[in-house]
Design a protein around this ligand. Structure first.
Ligand code: PMP
Length: 373
């Protein structure tokens, strides 16, 4: 039975070349990057060179980059770190369909410290309207945090307009979660104050990521410790992972155009096949990212997921980070979509057209067996 992986939004396989480099770095350069003997200094230099290379790739300054364990940590550090450093401004604007690492950080501030959070809802096209951001801004707004690409339905927010609206109408900082856009579509960090990145969505290591934070912006660390990461994230640096992140981002950006073209073909092919089937509703917006198709069928998502799993096909019914929590999807509910019949498939440069055909044939068979039509 073939294995067909259509869940790259959840994670991606590590590129063997990246894994090999990581293994070699871990073996040869295991020294603490803060040690003062030569071998420690070499690790420090390699790590700082990687930071510099990443800065060049993202067109930002080297000292604006903080290595983290992934996007969840970067989101927490951006939001809670900023709140801890600016206790006098207690209003934050975000969207209702952020990843749980943003939403739950905001809810924690609301529950434990009385912050007022304005959650904006997506419009009919699945995006956050910049005018609604403008209307919600106040004198005491500390932060606006709006994700670039939504991980459940694939809407692409116009962060270029939103950041301009924030800058022109307030003194609030602008943060964006770019986990699902890095290596897929262009990200312009100009005028963005903070942004979160993850390595494992672009064939890098799990437990590796970045917070971009313009250097002058004050935040407090969440992990207290030593001098690592400008004193903003304590703990011995995971130098091999940090060093190899430069290669991960370089490879992802170098292949971005050709990969996304290929993904576009998979998306068009899959969408037209899905539209040929009866009883399918496409939930993803037409102008969404081409890596994600969210759709509903006539059978419960759990039944469909299990039946596809028996055929070796791996897809999700919602954000993987919430897959074991028995609560409705905030994302789908916010768009008025019943989440008990919705599933998400996602594509990557590695997927092939034949895999889409295999998936569609399996879907047809399952719908015939279990569906109402
Ligand atoms: N934000 C978004 C939009 C995501 O899709 C994910 C991964 N599910 C995260 C944040 C969390 O990333 P990480 O696994 O690196 O913590």
């Amino acid at each position: 039975m073939p294995k067909v992986y259509l869940d790259s939004v959840s994670t991606t396989p590590v590129n063997p070349e990246i894994l090999k480099t990581y293994e070699k770095l871990s073996a040869d350069h295991y020294y603490n990057s803060d040690s003062l003997y030569d071998d420690g200094v070499t690790v420090y230099r390699l790590q700082e060179k990687a930071r510099e290379n990443i800065a060049e790739l993202l067109k930002v300054k080297k000292d604006d980059l903080i290595f983290t364990s992934g996007a969840s940590e970067a989101n927490s550090l951006a939001i809670k770190g900023l709140a801890l450093a600016n206790p006098d401004r207690r209003h934050i604007i975000s969207s209702i369909y952020e990843h749980s690492s943003v939403y739950n950080a905001l809810e924690q501030l609301r529950r434990t410290a009385g912050y007022e959070i304005t959650y904006l809802y997506p419009n009919a096209k699945g995006v956050i309207d910049p005018d609604k951001v403008k209307e919600a801004l106040r004198d005491d707004t500390l932060l606006v945090s709006i994700m670039h690409v939504n991980n459940e339905i694939g809407s692409v927010n116009d962060i270029d307009t939103i950041k301009k609206v924030v800058k022109a109408n307030s003194r609030a900082y602008f943060h964006t979660d770019t986990t699902q856009s890095l290596g897929k579509i262009a990200i312009d960090l100009k005028e963005v104050d903070l942004a979160s990145f993850s390595a494992h969505k672009i064939h890098g290591l799990k437990g590796s990521g970045l917070l971009y934070k313009r250097q002058h912006i004050k935040i407090e660390p969440l992990i207290s410790g030593g001098q690592q990461e400008y004193g903003l994230r304590g703990g011995t640096s995971n130098a091999p992972a940090n060093i190899v992140l430069a290669k991960t981002i370089r490879l992802a950006l170098a292949a971005q155009k050709s990969n996304y073209e290929h993904i576009g073909k998979l998306y068009d092919h899959c969408l037209s096949k899905l539209n040929d089937l009866t009883g399918i509703t496409i939930n993803s917006p037409a102008a969404g990212i081409k890596t994600i198709i969210n759709f509903s069928t006539s059978i419960p998502s759990e039944v469909l997921l299990n039946a596809l799993n028996l055929k070796g096909i791996m897809i999700s019914s919602r954000s993987t980070c919430g897959s074991r929590i028995n609560e409705p999807s905030r994302v789908l509910t916010s768009m008025g979509i019943a989440d008990d019949r919705a599933v998400r498939i996602s594509f990557d440069g590695d997927n092939r057209l034949e895999e889409i055909d295999y998936f569609i044939d399996a879907l047809k068979e399952i719908l015939q067996k279990y569906g109402r039509n």
